[in-house]
Design a protein around this ligand. Structure first.
Ligand code: SAH
Length: 249
């Protein structure tokens, strides 16, 4: 729930079109009425991740409920690059951070994976989703990243889609210039890509062998220093966006 350029932007999961009347959930009503001190007649922007962003007006509002009407399309729907982030989850606060920042940096899929040295046993999908929504509101992207269920890396690799480049961020080749991003990333012509980041303990030898055997794998060094998993994820996303994603032409 974000205000920028003095316009509030809300993500609401309901069909949006001109004239659509949309109910506000309790959280949104509370935010608008109590936090932002808004009332009937206030304009705001709403988006649902698929129908574009609409200029809307509040028609009813109390602390607990409310309604808005969509007036006009403000921005047509657009989507960022087809870029997945696969990562072994880290502890709570840094996981929140990872989901927020990956959304800001334009990941289309956020996919926690279970690896041999991963310390986390379970994660809350709804928490990842809440962080992604907040970041999408903030960053003015119109699509939401898809949050996939915590899955075994092993199973995922068995079924790796042939048309998707797997960018294997491997701490063992850190600093080896043969694997510099500027050398590797321009070779990805498929455009569909997935970044793979390991846990704090790194990847096991068995995992490394299996990853290396994927048809479309590209090993990537993120420089001479060993980064923490969240820093590594954000660095790789930024490099991809700059060299082959939507920061470049
Ligand atoms: N315990 C490991 C470090 C793991 S860092 C060790 O000390 O070697 C967590 C993850 O971040 C790694 O699995 C890798 O995917 C990524 N990473 C960190 N630094 C990197 C680098 N310089 N190059 C490529 N990947 C890196």
């Amino acid at each position: 729930m974000v205000t920028r350029h003095s316009q509030i932007r809300l993500y609401i999961d309901a069909p949006l079109h001109e004239g659509a009347v949309v109910a506000l959930g309790r959280d949104h009503a509370h935010y608008l009425h109590v936090v932002m001190r808004k009332s009937e007649g206030t304009q705001l922007a709403i988006f649902n991740g698929r129908d574009g962003c609409f200029l809307a007006e509040i028609t009813q509002l109390t602390r607990k409920s409310g309604e808005v009407i969509c007036q006009s399309l403000q921005e047509a729907q657009w989507y960022g690059p087809d870029l997945w982030l696969l990562f072994a989850p880290v502890k709570k606060a840094r996981l929140d951070f990872m989901a927020q920042k990956a959304t800001e940096l334009g990941a289309s899929v956020i996919w926690p994976v279970r690896t041999d040295y991963c310390q986390i046993k379970a994660i809350k999908d709804e928490r990842l989703t809440a962080n992604a929504i907040e970041a999408a509101e903030q960053t003015e992207r119109l699509d939401l990243p898809e949050i996939r269920a915590f899955s075994d890396l092993d199973t995922l690799l068995d079924d790796w889609p042939e048309d998707r480049a797997l960018l294997f961020c491997d701490e063992r080749i850190s600093g080896d210039h043969n694997y510099d991003a500027a050398r590797i990333l321009p070779r990805i012509i498929e455009k569909k890509a997935a970044i793979l980041i390991g846990p704090e303990g790194g990847f096991s030898m068995a995992e490394k062998a299996k990853i290396d055997a994927v048809k479309n794998v590209y090993s990537l060094s993120l420089g001479p220093r060993i980064l923490r998993a969240d820093t590594a994820a954000l660095s790789a996303l930024s490099l991809y966006q700059a060299l082959c994603g939507d920061w470049s032409k």
